[in-house]
Design a protein around this ligand. Structure first.
Ligand SMILES: *[C@@H]1O[C@H](CO)[C@@H](O)[C@H](O)[C@H]1NC(C)=O
Ligand SMILES: *[C@@H]1O[C@H](CO)[C@@H](O)[C@H](O)[C@H]1NC(C)=O
Ligand SMILES: *[C@@H]1O[C@H](CO)[C@@H](O)[C@H](O)[C@H]1NC(C)=O
Ligand SMILES: *[C@@H]1O[C@H](CO)[C@@H](O)[C@H](O)[C@H]1NC(C)=O
Ligand SMILES: *[C@@H]1O[C@H](CO)[C@@H](O)[C@H](O)[C@H]1NC(C)=O
Ligand SMILES: *[C@@H]1O[C@H](CO)[C@@H](O)[C@H](O)[C@H]1NC(C)=O
Ligand SMILES: *[C@@H]1O[C@H](CO)[C@@H](O)[C@H](O)[C@H]1NC(C)=O
Ligand SMILES: *[C@@H]1O[C@H](CO)[C@@H](O)[C@H](O)[C@H]1NC(C)=O
Ligand SMILES: *[C@@H]1O[C@H](CO)[C@@H](O)[C@H](O)[C@H]1NC(C)=O
Ligand SMILES: *[C@@H]1O[C@H](CO)[C@@H](O)[C@H](O)[C@H]1NC(C)=O
Ligand SMILES: *[C@@H]1O[C@H](CO)[C@@H](O)[C@H](O)[C@H]1NC(C)=O
Ligand SMILES: *[C@@H]1O[C@H](CO)[C@@H](O)[C@H](O)[C@H]1NC(C)=O
Length: 665
């Protein structure tokens, strides 16, 4: 006789009749929505519940409507009388920290009952996630329907994130959340990496009285009573030894079992799901509940869809053993048959069964270094946003201000972070440099202080860096300037960041945008106003500084050329590319092939030698990407030349005055 579990599910009352007395080591039992700091022992189960304050930062506490509450509903478990709802935000998460830490195996149970808590009488639908994996789409049949779901999972990090996601079908809520540590050796799956298992069914076979939540179950599993009309119940009051393996089904569960009414038949049960790729693991619990006579043998084989899973099983009297499939059972139809083997003259027995479905998810958690970095950023700046759960996942529900790159086989990477106007204070956090895939970083309109750190140079993919509206000071790291100049990076900073250490403090507060211009500037036009500026400043200073010292510094840092070398590199001053206050500028080429601009002091220059030297000194002092870099000089028989980096694209004046050239942005 074939028996379909899904047709014969017994209605299980929610009332838990067994008092828990065990030490609840490592248990996390949250009565979601209960008053802050309200801890209590549930008299029905003996379990100590806490309020959700330390596990979640968002949501509001609600009570279910009195119609569904005690005393109108005498059997309502206390944790279900209130709930926490999440009207704000798409994703809200509880953070559970298992005692066993990373790699520990845990069972997590979430419970939901709507109870018309919002007075709208409208059943919401929402998604429940464990980390980035869709655990369950929560749906209700009616307001008093209690949805309970369990998952067994290894902690991949120190914490589990249990997240509720608003899918646009009503405000998510949760009534209860529990975590139970498990023995790491049980609920094995075939893959080296443990796959999360969602409870499909858990039956205490042969027992029909109420629901089973037993104090002797160290894992606090809830066993649903189950018996079939074609099965006989067996029962013993003798204690069952459950120490044989780590599964440790409670004594009460193992003390009952079933055998087929017709002794020649097998015990059969089946289930089906719509997904033909669904993968299942089953855990069968056997113990003989009678001591057989010498001439009696209880032996059976277990098969799944005609394929033998376990052969010649002989349960021992009052001793529990657990059998499970090493490879998943794949398909949408599953027929399990427990059939007496040839040598048996006593029918087969089954005491309990658990069926788990593998949580199928192609989502990957965010690249862990990105997670560490962004967690660090969150704590450093005490960021007041709903930054919970995985930063990138599930897809479409990344943290506010964060955008990720999702590639099929690799963990998502953070490529965009916008912390504009987020009350950030202090220095730019070093952990930002660990977000190595970052392409956009907007830290504008905060109160950041200190320098623009060199470590930002490590963000080699950065295309946009906005630091405006902060109190940053000092130099801009050279490579950032370099990349900005070549157009790889759009760099936005306040003008005070521009300056050289000496001239920094008194500069005007006017903000200018550096980028773009840089790559287009022509040497001559930039230099002129700077020199005038510098000379005014210089006049203001009591000229204490020794120019000799500065000349020495020129000499120590830059290459000196002979006049002959200068003539050689410019091919005898063949190509004039401009003319400045001191003389003409020629295009030249160094031995290494680098193009340079050579400015020759004209013999007719009214400004003369001293000014020429001033310019050289200035160039030594001022380094900026908007200024062409200084390559070297020549001071040979009073014929003087300055050698600069060559800037293509003409000069700035024509960009400003000539309307035919495309304008600067
Ligand atoms: C829920 O009910 C309890 C009393 O049963 C009350 O103390 C609490 O304030 C109520 N909570 C809310 C959010 O209404
Ligand atoms: C609500 O749904 C549950 C589960 O289907 C059912 O057992 C119960 O009878 C229903 N209650 C009402 C009041 O309809
Ligand atoms: C079920 O409960 C009733 C009353 O409490 C009891 O008489 C009966 O023996 C129980 N049956 C089983 C199988 O435990
Ligand atoms: C028991 O099952 C066998 C095989 O299916 C059948 O032949 C026999 O009639 C059944 N006995 C009873 C009492 O139903
Ligand atoms: C087993 O032995 C008992 C006596 O010990 C006898 O009554 C019974 O018929 C035997 N059963 C079988 C199946 O041989
Ligand atoms: C499972 O059993 C049912 C009923 O006997 C049968 O129709 C179905 O084909 C079986 N499925 C498989 C996969 O064996
Ligand atoms: C039961 O399993 C044993 C061991 O695998 C095998 O030898 C035997 O043929 C099986 N019996 C049946 C009826 O399938
Ligand atoms: C997630 O975003 C993708 C596009 O990025 C879209 O196609 C998909 O519908 C979104 N999913 C949900 C659940 O919003
Ligand atoms: C996302 O990552 C892939 C693979 O690393 C890369 O090819 C692609 O350019 C990235 N996309 C973006 C928008 O960064
Ligand atoms: C960052 O967010 C602010 C406002 O939230 C917005 O004005 C700005 O454009 C965003 N930055 C980027 C780079 O998208
Ligand atoms: C960056 O990541 C490395 C490797 O994970 C880590 O050792 C380092 O402490 C991180 N740096 C910061 C500033 O967080
Ligand atoms: C940042 O500040 C500027 C200037 O005060 C303002 O125009 C801009 O709207 C601000 N942006 C944000 C995102 O607050």
């Amino acid at each position: 006789m074939v028996f379909f579990i899904h047709l014969f599910l017994l209605c299980v009352t929610a009332r838990f009749i067994h008092v828990h007395a065990q030490i609840q080591t490592g248990y996390i039992s949250i009565d979601c929505g209960s008053q802050e700091n309200f801890n209590y022992v549930d008299l029905d189960t003996g379990i100590s519940y806490t309020s959700d304050g330390s596990f979640v930062n968002t949501g509001i506490n609600k009570n279910i409507s009195s119609e569904y509450a005690y005393p109108n509903n005498l059997y309502l478990p206390q944790p279900l009388s209130d709930l926490r709802s999440f009207p704000q935000g798409d994703k809200n998460c509880y953070t559970l920290r298992p005692n066993g830490g990373k790699s520990s195996l845990n069972l997590i149970r979430a419970t939901f009952m709507y109870g018309n808590y919002d007075g709208e009488n409208k059943l919401p639908e929402f998604d429940l996630y464990l980390g980035v994996h869709l655990w369950l789409s929560v749906k209700f049949k009616n307001s008093s329907d209690v949805v309970t779901t369990e998952i067994i999972s290894v902690a991949l990090e120190d914490t589990f994130s249990v997240c509720l996601v608003n899918v646009g079908l009503g405000v998510p809520f949760i009534s209860g959340l529990e975590l139970r540590p498990l023995d790491g050796s049980i609920y094995k799956t075939d893959t080296k990496k443990f796959v999360p298992l969602v409870l499909f069914e858990r039956f205490d076979i042969g027992y029909t009285n109420g629901s089973g939540r037993y104090s002797s179950d160290v894992y606090d599993r809830i066993w649903s009573p189950y018996n079939s009309p074609s099965w006989d119940s067996l029962r013993t009051s003798i204690d069952i030894d459950t120490s044989g393996d780590g599964y440790r089904a409670p004594n009460e569960v193992m003390q009952t079992g079933s055998t087929p009414k017709n002794g020649t038949e097998s015990l059969e049960f089946s289930w089906s799901v719509s997904d033909p790729k669904a993968r299942f693991y089953i855990y069968l619990y056997f113990a003989d509940l009678v001591v057989l006579r010498r001439n009696q043998t209880r032996e059976f084989n277990v098969s799944w869809n005609e394929f033998q899973l376990f052969g010649s099983v002989r349960p021992r009297a009052y001793y529990a053993s657990t059998f499970y499939n090493l490879r998943p059972l794949v398909g949408n139809e599953h027929n399990i048959s427990i059939k007496k083997s040839g040598s048996a003259n006593v029918p087969p027995i089954l005491n309990a069964i658990e069926i788990y479905r593998v949580l199928e998810s192609s989502e990957l958690a965010t690249f862990s270094r990105d997670v560490d970095a962004v967690e660090n950023i969150r704590t450093t700046y005490k960021i007041n946003r709903n930054w919970v759960g995985d930063p990138c996942g599930p897809k479409n529900y990344s943290w506010e201000g964060i955008i990720c790159n999702y590639t099929n086989s690799n963990p998502p990477r953070i490529i965009f972070m916008n912390l504009s106007a987020s009350d950030l204070t202090g220095q730019i956090a070093a952990s930002i440099a660990n977000l190595s895939s970052l392409e956009t970083l907007d830290l504008s309109n905060n109160s950041l202080t200190g320098p623009i750190p060199d470590f930002l140079e490590k963000l080699s993919l950065l295309k946009l860096l906005d630091l405006r509206g902060n109190q940053l000071s000092g130099y801009i790291p050279k490579s950032l300037l370099e990349r900005s100049r070549t157009g790889l990076l759009k760099l936005s900073v306040d003008s005070r960041n521009l300056c050289d250490s000496g001239s920094c403090k008194n500069k005007s507060k006017k903000k200018i945008l550096i980028p773009i211009i840089a790559s287009l500037l022509s040497l001559l036009v930039v230099l002129l106003p700077l020199i005038i500026f510098w000379r005014i400043k210089r006049k203001q200073k009591s000229s204490k500084e020794s120019s000799n010292e500065e000349v020495r510094s020129i000499e120590s840092n830059n290459k000196q050329f002979t006049y002959a070398e200068v003539a050689n590199m410019t091919n005898n001053f063949q190509t004039a590319i401009g003319k400045g206050g001191f003389g003409s500028v020629y295009l030249g080429t160094l031995k290494n092939g680098k193009q340079v601009a050579v400015k020759l002091l004209s013999e007719s220059s009214s400004q003369g030698y001293n000014e020429f030297q001033n310019e050289a000194e200035l160039l030594m002092r001022v380094h900026h990407r908007n200024l062409a870099s200084f390559v070297g000089y020549s001071h040979d028989n009073n014929r003087m030349a300055l050698v600069y980096e060559y800037m293509a694209n003409g000069n700035l004046k024509s960009y400003i005055s000539d309307r035919n050239i495309h304008p600067l942005s």
